[in-house]
Structures are given as structure tokens and as C-alpha cells.
Design a protein. Structure first.
Length: 390
């Protein structure tokens, strides 16, 4: 079964047809590079130049699909053309076959053909000049260089530029892919951070609402009920406002939300007042100075989560919140009453310890939580670096 050749490129077919028609026109006009009486003309028939011309033109459709086969057949046709009166179109078509063999051929062909043509160019000039002792014989080498070496070198240069452009395109695609992966990871990390913040906020607000609603239902005192309902309303409104902001961030992918205020350490007093309204005996010792915004937000959330845990889990007694700066670190300590039989506050028990630890880890700080001398203690150390991110 014969092996079917791929379909030639339409531009190659156009080159073949144009070269053949141009060569026929030159032949019809009698324009030949040699005269019939020249010594090299061994085939002096008037129609003889048309045979190499037709073979070379027939090789043009192979310049992309079978470049080496086209070059081999074209070389034989060019050799036959040299023993006739010749046709310029045959030479021009052959130079195109040489160029295509380097540009579209295999990498090994692209490396070898320029070296081979260069060697033939040197030998074609030096050997005849040495044998005939005539400097004019060097022109033979010049002719070989124009017909073979020049198109081969041009094809090698074009191929090298094409390969470099392809490598640059691949590198650009890889860079774009890595950038997209980094962006996706950054978005995922930011959404996880916002989700933790949403958890901290919702847990605190709902705990306060639950405690005050229980007080309003259990005590038959109009004043107590009004105070409890006022605290419930304040926590509900504030909680809804923060939920809208955080859920908007989770939903948004364009980053065009309006700037929103984030909690700061200046809000610790209000946070403590809310915990006191919920029935906690909270004592605040804030000895911190100016801290970077990421550290400020993380510290606020740690205190907020710790007070929420105390509301839900702590035994009756005073809760102490202390913040101080020392050695380039913001130290946070929250202690609350704890008895061995109290509700568990181990990681994963819903007490927010995992979220607090993640916040501190992202900032490169230290975190520890657990029972200590009959009290539950949360300790965190946050480095005061401007480059930290929450």
C-alpha cells in the first residue's frame, strides 16, 4: 500500500505554478544564462531546460511536507540544468527548496545543511582555482555560495528566530499560568481569612444575644427586659452590618467594594462593655501603643473570641484582659475562671482556638491556650512588623 503524502500548503502550490510559468516565459523569450556553444552545455536541445524546470517546480509542493525529498530531487534537477542552456527560474526555485529544507526540515537537517553547503562553497572555489591556476575559477565557489549557502544560512537564521519566539511564547504562557495560580491562592487565603473573621464576629454577637434573650425570658422585670432587648438590638444591628461587609467580600471577585472600617484596639472598651452587659466581670489592662493595622485587627479578634469563649464556657468569676508591648512584640493575655469539669475548650470544640492560632501564625507570632493554675489562659505574641498581613 502506497504511503499517501500530506496535502501541500496552498502557498507552496502557488510558488510552484508561478515559478513554472515564469520559467516557461523566459524560455519562450530565449533568455538563457548560457549559449548552446558553451563547453558545459552537453544537452543542447531547445526544449531541454524545460525538463529541470518542471522537476524543480514539481518539488515546490514538498517544501513543507517533505523538505529533504524536495531538496534531493531539486539538486538532481539543478545538476541536469547545468548541462543545458539553463533557466534562471530553475535556479531561483532551487534556492527556495534549499531555504525550506533548513527552515521546515528536521533539527538535524537544519544543523547539517549549512555546514555542507559552506564546505561545498569553499571546495568549489579553492579546488578549481588550484587545479586550473586561474583566480577566475573562484567564481565557481561564489556561484555555489549564492545558490546553496546563502539560502541555507537564511533559513537557519529564520528558524533560530522562530524557535526563540516560540520559546518566549511558552515562557510567557507559563508565567501567566503561575501568576493565575498565585492569584487564585491569594484569593482563597483571603476568603478563608474573611470566613474566620465572620465566625469570630457572629459567635460573639450571637452569644450575647442568646444570653440576654435568656435573661429577658427568665426574669419578670420590665426594666431588665428592656435593657436586655436594647443589648440584643445593638448586637443584632452591629452583627448584620459586619455580616453584610464580610459576605460582600466573600462574594465579590472584582475588588471594587467601597472601603469599610475594620475593628481596631480603640474598640476594645466597647467590646468589654458589651461583655459586661452580658454578665461577665471583665477587667481591661490596655498598655499598648501604636501598632500596625494587621496586628491591631488580629489582636482585636483574639480578645473578641476569648471573651465569647468566656461567655459560653467560663465559670463565674473575673475575666482579665491584658495587652502590653515589650521587645517589639504585642503580648496579649486573657484569663478566665476554669474548673476541670467545665465545658471543653479544646481545639475543634467550637471555641475558636484554631482560628486564633491561624491568625497568629500568619503574622509569625506565638500562641498558647489551656488551663493554668485553675484558670483558662490565652497567650499570644504578635510581632510589630509593618509587613505583616492578617
Amino acid at each position: 500500500m502506497a504511503l499517501a503524502l500530506p496535502r501541500p500548503h496552498r502557498d507552496d502550490v502557488r510558488i510552484a505554478v508561478g515559478g513554472l510559468l515564469g520559467g516557461v516565459l523566459l524560455w519562450a523569450l530565449g533568455l538563457h544564462p548560457r549559449v548552446p556553444s558553451a563547453p558545459v552545455v552537453l544537452w543542447a536541445a531547445p526544449w531541454a531546460p524545460l525538463v529541470p524546470l518542471a522537476v524543480t517546480a514539481a518539488c515546490e509542493p514538498l517544501r513543507r511536507i517533505r523538505p529533504r525529498l524536495g531538496l534531493l530531487a531539486g539538486t538532481l534537477a539543478l545538476a541536469a540544468d547545468t548541462v543545458t542552456v539553463g533557466n534562471i527560474a530553475t535556479v531561483v526555485l532551487y534556492t527556495d527548496l534549499m531555504y525550506a529544507a533548513v527552515l521546515y526540515g528536521t533539527p538535524s537537517s537544519a544543523r547539517r545543511i549549512p555546514w555542507i553547503t559552506g564546505l561545498l562553497t569553499v571546495l568549489g572555489g579553492v579546488v578549481p582555482a588550484a587545479l586550473w591556476r586561474d583566480p577566475a575559477a573562484l567564481l565557481i565557489g561564489v556561484g555555489i555560495g549564492v545558490v546553496a549557502l546563502a539560502p541555507a544560512a537564511t533559513g537557519w537564521v529564520v528558524r533560530d528566530h522562530r524557535d526563540a519566539a516560540e520559546a518566549a511564547r511558552l515562557r510567557a504562557e507559563q508565567t501567566a499560568l503561575l501568576a493565575e495560580m498565585d492569584r487564585t491562592q491569594a484569593v482563597t487565603a483571603e476568603r478563608a481569612r474573611v470566613a474566620r473573621e465572620l465566625h469570630d464576629m457572629v459567635a460573639g454577637r450571637l452569644s450575647a444575644i442568646a444570653i440576654h434573650s435568656t435573661a429577658a425570658l427568665s426574669l419578670d422585670d420590665p426594666r431588665t427586659s428592656r435593657d436586655a432587648l436594647r443589648v440584643i438590638r445593638e448586637n443584632s444591628v452591629d452583627g448584620l452590618a459586619e455580616m453584610r461587609r464580610l459576605i460582600g467580600i466573600l462574594r465579590d471577585s472584582g475588588g471594587d467594594l467601597e472601603p469599610a472600617a475594620t475593628p481596631t484596639l480603640d474598640g476594645l472598651a466597647a467590646l468589654v462593655e458589651g461583655a459586661r452587659a452580658g454578665g461577665l466581670d471583665v477587667r481591661l489592662e490596655a498598655g499598648h501603643g501604636r501598632v500596625p493595622a494587621p496586628v491591631e485587627l488580629a489582636a482585636y479578634r483574639i480578645v473578641q473570641e476569648s471573651l465569647t469563649n468566656a461567655l459560653k464556657h467560663a465559670a463565674p468569676g473575673p475575666v482579665r484582659v491584658a495587652l502590653r508591648q515589650a521587645g517589639g512584640t504585642l503580648h496579649i493575655q486573657v484569663t478566665s475562671p476554669y474548673r476541670p469539669g467545665d465545658t471543653s475548650r479544646a481545639p475543634g470544640s467550637g471555641s475558636g482556638l484554631i482560628g486564633m492560632r491561624e491568625r497568629v501564625t500568619l503574622l509569625g507570632g506565638t500562641f498558647a491556650a489551656g488551663p493554668e493554675a485553675g484558670r483558662w489562659t490565652v497567650r499570644a505574641g504578635l510581632p510589630l512588623t509593618e509587613g505583616a498581613s492578617p
